[in-house]
Design a protein around this ligand. Sequence first.
Ligand SMILES: [Fe+2]
Length: 450
Amino acid sequence: CHCSGLGHCSGLYISGFGNECASEDPRCPGALPEGQNNPQVCPYNLYAEQLSGSAFTCPRSTNKRSWLYRILPSVSHKPFESVDQGHVTHNWDEVGPDPNQLRWKPFEIPKASQKKVDFVSGLHTLCGAGDIRSNNGLAVHIFLCNTSMDRSYSLLPSILSVPQKGKLLIYTEFGKMLVQPKEICVIQRGMRFSIDVFEETRGYILEVYGIHFELPDLGPIGANGLANPRDFLIPVAWYEDLQVPGGFTVINKYQGKLFAAKQDVSPFNVVAWHGNYTPYKYNLENFMVINSVAFDHADPSIFTVLTAKSVRPGVAIADFVIFPPRWGVAEKTFRPPYYHRNCMSEFMGLIKGHYEAKQGGFLPGGGSLHSPMTPHGPDADCFEKASKARLVPERIADGTMAFMFESSLSMAVTRWGLKTSNCLDENYYKCWEPLKSHFTPNSRNAAGPN
Ligand SMILES: [Fe+2]
């Protein structure tokens, strides 16, 4: 492979967020046309196909497209036919709204010995908002699977995948990515992929409609910090030249419904590609954490890895935020997350370990949803301990990785989320019940440890 701009190639991946990259399968050197995109006849007699991720006329800073040089074009397929939706939905009116704090126990992964479930049949929509047809909205899905996708290939709107248990070997038209827990990957709109799993596997998906994830602006932080562009990894070209009559199934999530089409050729027949519209992965351990070193809290936007912007300045359809291991050093400060009510929706998940504000109940593979203006914060036990703690420098969140999908949209929860999954924790609200008044109307001086 070779990369234009600042891309660095490790052999397995090209590095750099949003770079203009180029990659050829080493079995076919020179597969990329030189000096033009559309020669009359392409090298190795391949077909040229453009995949556009943005309107042709978007400004350069947001213009996304890639050119794929493939054995047969994507159009070589039988008609799409409607297939069983399983637990995938975009119906946000299945059940009535629920403004309560919601928390889920770990979502159960089906046992391979009982039922084989692959990534697509194991997709469960938990919550979401907005409208697919107008390209405005998002959905949160949980995937629970135990079997690789066998000669089936999926085509979804833009997704960010957060595996929690088990590795994902993701085949894409652009090449292969191995994504392990504590890594995330983004597969952008229209990109075909297939996922192999190696055990009972679980994870979270943030789907956004019609927009792309970007790195957040850094403002006064400067040129470096948070998720650095060089740490994003893009696969290198890899193809399989397989033809089996009717042997391959492409599953298309179109306007929220699932369709399938048969074809004779593997969709992973791209011998070379170039462009800036690609899938990518990122290791969350590379996140450079910024935080308060004096007193009080920076708002959690300081932990934003990727953002999918709305058209309103500063307002996201979805932010992907993490709470990584770090030092807590703030003086004269209540250090856990503060009590708050937020105009945004906050879905949280836990990849591993214990979340700092709640030692029990919020477990790896589970989740929580705090909807707009729904109050939340540390449980009573956490408040009592943190109010009395000696404020020495301490490690926070070692061995853990919690994350948040935050949205300016008010998300509805699906029937699966509230009922069918059987994972909703009916007792969540009780973690705040022991909170008691410490009010001392006749004494202003706080009865703290110092
Ligand atoms: Fe919150």
